[in-house]
Design a protein around this ligand. Structure first.
Ligand SMILES: Cc1cc2nc3c(=O)[nH]c(=O)nc-3n(C[C@H](O)[C@H](O)[C@H](O)COP(=O)(O)OP(=O)(O)OC[C@H]3O[C@@H](n4cnc5c(N)ncnc54)[C@H](O)[C@@H]3O)c2cc1C
Length: 338
């Protein structure tokens, strides 16, 4: 019987573990992948938009070569925090389901060796959203040349590449692919890029499109993905086939609603927001808590590292700790871009 199991070794799960340890606990942190598995899947060499001090957890300083940390610097940093704090982790162990029983919370965990059962008194789900990409739901989306994550532009050299999406991930991918020698067409169902596109990316993408270096189809809806083309619907009700050797569908992510449902956590059908006590982050299942971006339902850009990293203080802290954290939250826990 563990006192606490924290599911998710992302920045927020690790921050929760530190909050527990500083109060005498020794939680076990499980992750379906590696430590900070979401950051592992960021594009190679990517820079955070957040300044380094706001990515820090447990008061450990994050030093980096430039003004913003790279993916690689962040991986090294969070690895170092785990080592320094002596956080007990089990990587490549996925929580499959959990349920409250008379003796505690029973967790079923899948590893490459099979399934096992772990028990705990407190279960914290800091599972984020990054391993559940949104899908178009069209024929051909599971073809091998279709990807839902972007890692580096190099793969696109000399190829026709279609990028679907209109936010930062799609814009960043389109620019990197173009610079690596791909012939890129960007397809976005909206009339223009999202307002949240980073201020330094916007002029770059707009100028490349104006110069005809990157193709763009705004208002385009993907109908199906063939072996050699992405077929989109046009404004006049027709179809257009865009040549594609490689397709990136980068249209966002969502939390693992099926897991939350299996555990018995209620989520609002429209917003996807789970039922949680805003003070303690306890869900409607006694002893089961949510932390980090998993608390935001479908509004995934609402909670990120800089404003989710205090969640462990709410879960493991006293009323006074919560009040202190709430003060920080009122200035920091706000939707991104406001
Ligand atoms: C390209 C990109 C750039 C970003 N840049 C920034 C930035 O500059 N600043 C910022 O603050 N935020 C940024 N974000 C957002 C940031 O990554 C997330 O807000 C942050 O990772 C959320 O932390 P978390 O710990 O809540 O979840 P995550 O970091 O997603 O961690 C969740 C962990 O849970 C694990 N997991 C999931 N399900 C299970 C399961 N069933 N069993 C076991 N383990 C499980 C996952 O493997 C993962 O490691 C960016 C995101 C992306 C995609």
């Amino acid at each position: 019987m563990e006192d606490a199991i924290i599911v998710g070794a992302g920045p927020i799960g690790l921050a929760c573990a530190i909050s527990a340890k500083r109060r005498g606990g020794d939680p076990l942190v499980l992750d379906a992948g590696a430590i900070t598995n979401s950051i592992v899947h960021y594009p190679i060499g990517m820079h955070f938009f957040t300044t380094p001090e706001r990515l820090e957890i447990g008061g450990h300083p994050l030093t980096c070569a430039g003004p913003k940390a790279t993916r690689e610097e962040a991986l090294k940093y969070y690895r170092g925090v785990v080592r320094t704090e002596g956080i007990r982790t089990r990587t490549f162990a996925r929580l499959l389901t959990a349920g409250r029983e008379a003796d505690g919370i029973r967790c079923t965990v899948g590893t490459r060796l099979g399934e096992e059962t772990l028990w705990c008194r407190t279960l914290v789900l800091a599972t984020g959203y990054f391993d559940h990409p949104n899908r178009l739901g069209v024929e051909g989306e599971d073809r091998p040349h279709v990807r839902h994550y972007f890692d580096e532009g190099h793969l696109g050299y000399g190829l026709d590449v279609v990028v679907v999406g209109g936010k930062n991930s799609a814009v960043e991918a389109a620019l990197q692919l173009y610079r690596a020698g791909a012939r890129v067409t960007l397809v976005h169902r909206g009339p223009a890029f999202s307002r949240s596109v980073k201020y330094w990316l916007r002029p770059d993408i707009e100028n490349r499109i104006a110069a005809g270096e990157i193709g763009a189809r705004f208002g385009g809806t993907v109908q199906r993905i063939d072996a050699d083309a992405v077929v989109i619907g046009t404004a006049d009700g027709g179809e257009q086939a865009l040549p594609a050797d490689l397709v990136y569908v980068l249209i966002g992510f969502h939390p693992d609603f099926a897991l939350l449902e299996r555990i018995g956590i209620h989520c609002d059908p429209d917003s996807g927001r789970p039922t949680i006590d805003p003070e303690t982050l306890e869900t409607n299942v006694a002893g089961v808590y949510l932390a980090g971006s998993a608390t935001a339902g479908r509004s995934i850009s609402e909670i990120f590292i800089e404003n989710g990293r205090f969640d462990g203080e709410k879960i493991f802290g006293s009323a006074a700790d919560r009040a202190r954290v709430d003060q920080q939250y009122t200035s920091i826990r706000r939707p991104r871009g406001e």
